[in-house]
Design a protein around this ligand. Structure first.
Ligand SMILES: Cc1cc2nc3c(=O)[nH]c(=O)nc-3n(C[C@H](O)[C@H](O)[C@H](O)COP(=O)(O)OP(=O)(O)OC[C@H]3O[C@@H](n4cnc5c(N)ncnc54)[C@H](O)[C@@H]3O)c2cc1C
Length: 465
């Protein structure tokens, strides 16, 4: 029986990147991917990544003219609910790529460094030895197979096929993502009737509807996208009943529709257990601002490569204790900032459209200072900006432009965000004290709830939820 250092479940962006980097350190790597090569990641076509992130993570940037690459654009805009005010984000070039084709390039790169990939191979269960994970069973057209490895990495995305099979006693949470924890994204590829329109002038993100107009490549003028909890039906209802009513677009035709899911949930508390790690969407590492996850996942994956390759070289066991620094380093590098944003955003999206429009106009929260300093997800906030917001909010309440109840929700969100940040600062350095920390985190997240709690009650009722 052949034994690998690393067995990776799922050969999409996270799995291929991790396979490539581990193989480059000299590890013996196997990826099992459920789909056949032609079918990998076909749910939606174009995705984008920040050029700076691509460089940072050594992701190949296809040259202009390469069919995998579709476009490059600079800065994203944030637009007020009625589409009347547009605030420009920092210049941060973004590359648009065809996802299936790009993943196939990533897979080839991993193979060129020695990683093996078996397609049409679906994980079914762990193999245990002396109570610890020592490998996995998987199914192919030829029947059930077994493979042994020093570590099994779950990179299977939303289904989290391996993580959800862990026992409840594991340090890694085994919850299944429910429709409340998922963003259902609908993408409309459109063409404007008036050919004189410059589609780039209309690009921007509408936080209040979790909706956007983005570049679409040469065949279309724009992608109008929307994400919502519970179902695609809910997302489309919000799009038609709210966004299209409030935001005036020039006449267009819908040429193509795509749908896909992305997790919208706090990250798992521990990524590692003995002989196991969870990564990517399976660990809920998507950005809280937009649900993108291809490069945010690599922040944790990069740390994992460093820790695991060192342990392999030193011939030390890939145990929970030895790999714990992956948890701590990730929480410090990104986790605490992402999970700080979640309650804050939940507070902000409870503002009604008139209130948010007023805030855009009056530089409260939705300010030039905030967006122009926003490079990727880093918010460059100064105490003086926050003090100005509070003064503006007080004026808005006095002028009856903002409801006192809405302010209460925003302040509650901010308070909860600060509490989460303080708790995550104290993430344990070792597994010792983790149970106590986890109990505190569970209590906090139960109080905070989910973005699904901010869904429109009328639409929920209409859809029978
Ligand atoms: C419409 C839409 C647009 C998006 N746009 C962007 C964007 O522009 N930029 C960005 O960064 N992010 C974007 N995202 C998010 C991004 O797609 C995900 O964060 C990213 O794909 C996560 O990669 P992953 O490798 O962790 O998981 P996945 O891409 O979900 O891959 C998991 C892999 O595991 C395989 N698998 C599943 N079960 C098994 C099994 N039993 N055995 C073996 N293999 C299995 C699957 O076939 C799949 O190939 C978007 C999401 C959606 C829905």
């Amino acid at each position: 029986m052949e034994k690998y250092d690393v067995l990776i479940i799922g050969g999409s962006t996270t799995g291929c990147w991790f396979a490539d980097k581990m193989a480059q350190t000299g590890a013996k790597v196997l990826v099992i991917e459920k789909q056949m090569p032609d079918d990998v990641s076909r749910d939606y076509d174009i995705f984008h990544m920040g050029e700076a992130d691509m460089k940072r993570f050594d992701l190949d940037i296809p040259e202009e003219g390469n069919p995998v690459r579709e476009f490059r654009f600079e800065h994203s805009n944030m637009i007020s609910p009625y589409g009347t005010i547009c605030k420009q984000g920092a210049d941060a070039p973004v590359i648009g790529l065809h996802k299936h084709d790009y993943i196939m390039l990533m897979a080839e790169k991993a193979k060129s460094h020695g990683a093996e990939i078996i397609y049409g191979a679906a994980f079914t269960d762990f193999i245990y030895g002396h109570g610890k994970i020592v490998g996995a069973k998987y199914k192919t057209a030829d029947g059930e197979q077994e493979v042994y490895a020093k570590i099994v990495a779950d990179c299977s995305g939303i289904p989290s096929v391996a993580r959800t099979k862990l026992p409840g006693t594991s340090a890694v949470c085994n919850f299944k993502l429910t429709p409340r924890d998922i963003f259902y994204v609908v993408l409309y590829y459109i063409k404007y009737t008036d050919k004189n329109i410059n589609p780039r002038d209309l690009d921007g993100f509408f936080m209040q509807y979790k909706s956007w107009s983005a570049p679409a490549g040469k065949d279309y003028d724009a992608i109008l996208g929307i994400g919502g909890s519970y179902s695609y039906d809910y997302s489309e209802e919000i799009f038609n009943a709210h966004y299209m009513r409030n935001v005036r677009y020039p006449e267009y035709t819908v040429e193509k529709v795509e749908k896909g899911m992305t997790p919208y949930h706090r990250s798992v508390y521990s990524f590692v257990d003995d002989g196991f790690i969870v990564m990517g969407d399976a660990a809920c590492l998507t950005k809280p601002t937009c649900g993108e996850g291809c490069t945010s996942s690599l922040v944790q994956a990069e740390i994992a490569v460093d820790v695991i390759s060192t342990l392999l070289k030193e011939k030390l066991p890939l145990s929970k204790e030895n790999m714990w620094s992956i948890n701590k380093r990730y929480m410090d590098a990104q986790g605490k900032d992402f999970d700080f944003m979640r309650p804050l955003l939940m507070g902000i999206v409870t503002l009604n459209y008139d209130e948010a429009e007023y805030m855009f106009e009056n530089e409260i929260i939705f300010s030039d200072a905030l967006f122009s300093g926003m490079d990727g997800d880093d918010l460059n906030l100064k105490p003086a900006d926050v003090a100005k917001w509070f003064a503006g909010i007080a004026k808005g309440v006095a002028n009856k432009k903002i409801r006192a109840s809405a302010v209460g929700k925003v302040i509650k969100g901010l308070k909860q965000a600060l509490e989460i940040a303080a708790l995550y600062e104290k993430y344990p350095e070792t597994p010792h004290g983790f149970d106590e920390w986890k109990a505190k985190a569970e209590k906090k997240w139960t109080e905070i709830g989910s973005l699904a709690d901010t869904c429109d009650p009328e639409i929920m009722e209409k859809l029978g939820y």
